[in-house]
Design a protein around this ligand. Structure first.
Ligand code: ADP
Ligand code: MG
Length: 678
């Protein structure tokens, strides 16, 4: 068995299972090995019945006091039995396991392990596992991996497959140079992979994880170094001069730029005028006003005779930027085009023609901008918004379309400067660290589901005052289809709850791009007052008249993602509100959401999130795809990141080349794996 074999080579994985595994992003044996547990199940020592606590999963050692009873409620069969130990008695129940009535007998002694809940005022254990004493004590020492799953794929299927692979595969050679491994006392790679799936104990698992995180960061830094080597500082083909139109635009804005915006604009302007090609990252919290900086740069490029591109991750966003540029284009006499996937073949052809003949100056679009058929003329500036949504390959493809265009990337991911320098090694960094002054801070609240009617009344009142509202629907894991249904159902219910005359519509990922755009446009125009949506509105959307963001099941989202969602409101002059509905009674969930309640500052949230997760919570809640490594967490593992980057830096060029030569697949592997982060 080889690492890049398709998973079909594994016993028990046929065509059907293979497809299910694909859904988890597992195509090759290597992918399977990198499908790391999201945590471990560890059995607890049994406790006395008198000390069980509500809400926890616990084990008790007890004898059955009676013949089990069976009850039918609608189509449920419930078996219940009483057990006792020296300290007391309690009831256990099982659903749809009628056979237990025959196998559990009065007087039998077992260890029962399950979740303790309160029912009709008393504590019961629901659906407990039943273990012989001896077996349980064997399991007590084992950390059993819990994997991310999808419908049709069980935890056992994954752990069995991984066990098989581990017994048959000769794991890839260790690509980390021996001296580096020694200096940082890294666990052997093969051992680390085994240990992270089936750890001997917690210590060993932590060491294994550390090694694998080191690997991720090491390879990442290695890839960056390679990229950088290719991209030696280049002389600019498009050296620009300052144009007065930019100044005019700044004067004509309905607001004045913040100090931070002015400073960053100054940095961009200097780059464009210098003799070298610009490679700059603009980092700024949601709502800090990055778009206008992009627009200024676009104008400067156009006025210097260049074409310029503005690439964004979604069509909705492309349309939005297009609309906000229309007036400006008219005002300053240049032409803009939209290029997105959902355009008809004819529309696209016409756009290609306009681009090639330089009849259009600025092109705004999605991935469609890098299609082979697009030919640019004097492409002097490439801007990507929400940069973390694009991979290095896409950015490179766009750059390769021009001679050697200036590059500006924009991101709202809050990363401390020291880490940003490592992660974006090849870019200069500007930070927009100031929100527009006259903006009213968003008012937040975290509430339970009982608050819903009140929230709806509040939304109705805001609408009455002319404002608009988003409602983010509970996330559903199963599939996009279920999610879509969910959104539609919710919309209908909400429509019934709200006074007539309020227009409520929905938006979800399964809709055709055209329909999505239309809904978004009507929301932007104020024709729709309440938009029920999945997280598709998460990035970049700007409707300043929207003042309420209500998030259902907020506990299921990462804090960074919630912060992005919140960033959709508080963009105009009206007071905005964010209502986080917490569907869980767990203390942790509330504590986490409380962080958002306390602050509107992305950096603060990222760092608090980190503290709360703490070093013990090794596979904590994932951020929302920003800078996502499989195991590594740029915040929590910042120290490993720094060390790994240091290690790469200390290598000689020959050593770097050597690593790639000895491992011919490595380069491709790194690029694929980090396509969203590099
Ligand atoms: P982001 O940084 O999240 O991309 P945007 O560029 O979309 O933010 O800006 C958010 C909103 O703030 C927009 O409506 C924009 O017109 C407005 N805005 C930008 N800069 C300022 C400013 N200096 N003063 C007031 N409003 C501003
Ligand atoms: Mg934006």
């Amino acid at each position: 068995m080889e690492a890049n074999d398709k998973i079909k080579v594994i016993k028990g994985i046929g065509e059907k299972t293979e497809k299910l595994f694909y859904k988890l992003g597992i195509e090759t044996v290597q992918d399977l090995l990198e499908h790391y547990p999201r945590g471990y199940e560890e059995f607890e020592r049994p406790v006395m019945i008198s000390s069980i606590a509500e809400g926890a999963t616990m084990a008790i050692e007890a004898s059955i006091t009676m013949t089990p009873k069976i009850k039918r409620i609608r189509n449920l069969q419930i078996v219940s039995v009483q057990v006792k130990d020296a300290s007391g008695v309690m009831n256990l129940t099982w659903f749809n396991m009628p056979f237990l009535q025959k196998t559990l007998h009065s007087g039998y002694h077992y260890i029962f392990r399950g979740k303790v809940i309160r029912k009709n005022g008393v504590l019961v254990m629901e659906q407990p596992g039943i273990y012989e004493r001896e077996n349980y004590y064997k399991l007590l020492k084992i950390m059993q991996p819990i994997y991310p799953l999808t419908q049709g794929v069980t935890n056992t299927m994954i752990s069995k497959s991984i066990k098989q692979v581990l017994s048959e595969i000769d794991l890839a050679k260790d690509y980390i140079p021996k001296p580096v491994a020694k200096e940082y006392q890294l666990m052997d790679r093969t051992k680390a992979i085994k240990e992270v799936h089936f750890p001997k104990d917690r210590d060993s698992m932590m060491k294994a994880r550390q090694r694998l995180v080191f690997d991720e960061f090491f390879l990442y830094s290695l890839a960056l170094r390679k990229l950088k080597a290719k991209k030696t500082v280049s002389l600019s083909e498009y050296r620009m001069t300052v144009c007065e139109e930019c100044e005019e635009l700044i004067q004509s804005l309905p607001y004045s730029l913040t100090g931070a915006q002015l400073r960053v604009w100054q940095e961009i302007r200097q780059d464009l005028q210098s003799e070298y090609v610009m490679n700059r990252l603009i980092q700024g919290d949601v709502g800090s006003g990055k778009t206008v900086l992009a627009i200024l740069a676009l104008i400067m490029a156009v006025k210097n005779g260049c074409q310029a591109c503005f690439m964004v991750p979604t069509e909705v966003l492309a349309k939005q930027h297009y609309r906000s540029l229309e007036d400006i284009a008219r005002q300053f006499g240049f032409s803009i085009s939209l290029l997105v996937g959902s355009m008809t073949a004819k529309e696209k052809r016409e756009a290609y023609e306009r681009i090639k003949s330089h009849k259009t100056d600025i092109i705004i679009g999605t991935h469609a901008l890098i299609q082979e058929k697009v030919e640019y003329d004097r492409l002097g500036l490439v801007i990507t918004d929400e940069q973390h949504r694009f991979g290095v390959k896409q950015r490179e493809a766009l750059m390769n379309k021009g001679g050697n265009p200036h590059v500006l990337v924009m991101s709202a991911t809050p990363i401390p400067r020291t880490l940003a320098i490592i992660l974006y090694g090849d870019l200069d960094i500007s930070i927009v660290d100031e929100l527009p002054a006259q903006r009213l801070p968003i008012k937040n609240c975290v509430v339970d589901t009982n608050y819903r009617p009140k929230a709806y009344r509040f939304i109705a009142k805001q609408v009455e005052e002319g404002r608009q509202s988003y409602v983010i629907c509970p996330m559903v894991e199963e599939s996009e289809e279920v999610e879509a249904e969910n959104v539609m159902e919710y919309t209908q219910r909400l429509q019934e709850e709200l006074p007539t005359g309020i227009s409520v519509e929905y938006l979800h990922g399964k809709m055709k791009p055209k329909d999505k755009n239309e809904v978004m446009e009507r929301f932007a125009e104020g024709e729709i007052q309440v938009l029920v949506s999945t997280t598709v509105v998460e990035v970049g959307v700007n409707v300043p008249n929207a003042t309420v963001m209500m998030v259902e099941n907020a506990e299921r989202f990462g804090l960074a993602q919630l912060h992005q969602l919140r960033g959709r409101v508080g963009r105009g002059k009206h007071q905005s509100y964010c209502i986080f509905v917490c569907g869980s009674s767990s203390k942790d969930a509330w504590e986490r959401l409380e962080i958002l309640n306390k602050s509107n500052d992305g950096f603060f949230i990222a760092s608090e999130d980190l503290k709360l997760r703490g070093p013990g919570d090794i596979f904590g809640i994932r951020q929302s795809g920003d800078m996502d490594f499989k195991l590594g967490d740029i915040y929590n593992d910042a120290s490993i990141l720094k060390v790994a980057a240091e290690a790469v830096k200390s290598l000689k060029d020959e050593e770097v080349d050597g690593i790639f030569e000895k491992n011919p697949y490595l380069e491709e592997h790194i690029l694929n794996r980090n396509s969203n982060t590099l």
